[in-house]
Design a protein around this ligand. Structure first.
Ligand SMILES: [Zn+2]
Length: 178
């Protein structure tokens, strides 16, 4: 079984930094356990990292959300130590919600290297970057099972978390852990 875990934006700013929430802090240990499980069973773990520059406030995202976060090189930009696991090399930095580079890389692995059985996503925030990456990966891998573990995700609010899970189910994402 070739299973790939995508850990979305588990960065300090989204946990206990400028955009942190109690719900995000509550999933850290579960995500760490999930990462450990994949590593023990020989699965692959990759990470996305929201990555902005000093010009953040002048970007479209910055105009809509004028809270500086994940500025490259800062402590807030770092992936939380607890979820880093053993392999820290598979990090896809992205300037917007979904990582096209990650989706393309998974499609290339699937086609050229080792057919992927399942891609599972966990992380932050359910209603922004988890849903964006889940749908983007589904577009690149329409015949691969895409799973989201709700117990290892948190939204901007609990309500937006639940709404995003419903939207993903409508798009045939396999939602577990509710
Ligand atoms: Zn951002």
């Amino acid at each position: 079984m070739n299973r790939i875990l995508v850990v979305v934006d588990m960065q300090n700013d989204f946990i206990d930094g400028s955009l942190g929430t109690p719900e995000a802090r509550a999933i850290v240990e579960r995500v760490a356990n999930k990462v450990g499980g994949y590593q023990l069973s020989g699965g692959t773990v990759v990470y996305t990292a929201d990555t902005h520059g000093e010009d953040y406030l002048n970007t479209q995202e910055g105009r809509n959300l004028p809270v500086e976060h994940c500025i490259k090189g800062t402590q807030g930009w770092q992936i939380a130590c607890a979820v880093k696991g053993l392999n820290q090399t598979n990090v896809y930095e992205k300037t917007t919600f979904g990582s096209k580079e990650l989706a393309e890389s998974l499609a290339s692995i699937h086609k050229n290297v080792n057919e992927i059985d399942e891609v599972e996503l966990v992380g932050l925030c359910t209603d922004i970057c988890v849903i964006s990456n889940a749908l983007l990966i589904k577009a690149f891998l329409p015949e691969v099972k895409i799973t989201v573990d709700a117990s290892c995700c948190a939204g901007v609010t609990p309500e937006s978390h639940r709404n995003a899970l419903q939207a993903m189910k409508a798009c045939q994402i396999n939602v577990i852990g509710e």
